[in-house]
Ligand binder design. Structure first.
Ligand SMILES: Nc1ncnc2c1ncn2[C@@H]1O[C@H](COP(=O)(O)OP(=O)(O)OP(=O)(O)O)[C@@H](O)[C@H]1O
Ligand SMILES: [Mg+2]
Length: 330
């Protein structure tokens, strides 16, 4: 069953561009110049129920705008979307009860009140039966290890603790679709891991559909098998995460530790030398050349240690932002 279906969805903003200088501002009084920003420039994708999909792209790519459209917070310029059969921007109550949006950069809880007060408000808004409310709250607070903190004003909580409260607030009404916009932004590694583990466990248990944006590839690798990549409002790639690595990391990294403190300068002829920190250095080499380069380097230099790895996912994805064309469809 398809949970999220988006077809040629567009959102164009009209922004006022002020020209520089005094004369321009005077002129601007009479004739304002507007410019169209194609935040989302015709995206099409569909997500099966129970899938957990990463939505990736550089700053300004159109990720948040897409999630806002899917949440019904903004109207599209054109195009279609259906989430669980609902058109999000119709803002039906029936839809509101079936999805949740969590934005890592935005506080959705009452700042001066304990989180439990915000949770109660959610209970009212979503008309959650008292028994369900208590058992869900109990379950979520223990899974996220914040039981003791629910009666403390939110402003006193750490960022990681607050994020976990935000997740609880979002999940109390048991949404079937969860839209996560950078849920781990600004968190330390431990808190990030905790959020990842929770999401993984919760998703497996409830089989909810998740669309996740994150700039942390660790989140993506921990949680998603599929990634949709967007740049300049257009989808650049949609497919298995593993495929991104295969298709685009055409090179590997050879990590070398030399016996001497000196890094041989002519190493450059074998590939791109980087992260040079004597006696260690890394060499980026086309995949097919790895065996030859290894043989040559080991024969010519005194090497204490050597290892070969794939380039990190971050790099493969960054390459996709820039280099690839829109995939052919039909
Ligand atoms: N309300 C708005 N008015 C005008 N332009 C906007 C508005 N909201 C977003 N934009 C523009 O639309 C584009 C896409 O923005 P969006 O927030 O969707 O990017 P993003 O992919 O979420 O980026 P980031 O990774 O930085 O969060 C940007 O160029 C942004 O400046
Ligand atoms: Mg964003």
């Amino acid at each position: 069953m398809i949970a999220i279906e988006v077809a040629d969805l567009k959102k164009t903003y009209r922004v006022f561009r002020k020209r520089a200088g005094l004369w321009a501002s005077v002129a601007g009084l009479f004739r304002r110049t507007y410019e169209a920003v194609h935040a989302v420039a015709g995206v099409t994708f569909s997500i099966e129920q129970g899938e957990m999909v990463a939505f990736l792209g550089p700053n300004g790519a159109g990720k948040t705008t897409t999630l806002k459209l899917l949440s019904g917070l903004i109207y599209p310029t054109s195009g279609r979307a259906a989430v669980l059969g609902h058109v999000p921007w119709k803002r039906e109550i029936a839809y509101r009860r079936r999805f949740a949006l969590v934005m890592g950069q935005k506080n959705q809880l009452w700042w001066d009140l304990p989180a439990q007060e915000s949770f109660r408000l959610h209970q009212e808004i979503y008309r959650i039966a008292p028994g369900d409310f208590r058992s869900r709250l109990d379950e979520l607070t223990s899974l996220l290890e914040v039981k003791k903190l629910v009666s403390q004003p939110v402003r006193e909580l750490s960022l990681g603790e607050r994020m976990r409260m935000e997740l609880i607030a979002a999940l109390l009404h048991r949404p079937d679709v969860l839209l996560l916009d950078e849920p781990t932004i600004g968190l330390d590694v431990v808190s990030q891991r905790r959020v990842q583990d929770f999401l993984k466990q919760y998703q497996a248990q409830q089989n909810i559909t998740v669309l996740l944006t994150s700039h942390y590839m660790k989140d993506v690798q921990a949680l998603c098998k599929r990634a949709i990549i967007i740049n300049e409002g257009e989808i650049k790639h949609d497919g298995p995460l593993a495929q991104i690595v295969d298709r685009f990391s055409t090179s590997k990294v050879i990590e070398l530790q030399f016996a001497d403190a000196q890094i041989p300068l002519d190493l450059k002829r074998f590939g791109d030398l980087f992260d040079v920190a004597p006696p260690r250095a890394k060499l980026k080499v086309p995949r097919a050349r790895v065996p030859d380069v290894l043989t040559a380097v080991l024969a010519q230099y005194a090497v204490d240690d050597v290892s070969v790895h794939d380039r990190p996912l971050e790099e493969a994805i960054a390459e996709m932002f820039t280099s690839i064309k829109r995939p052919e469809t039909g």
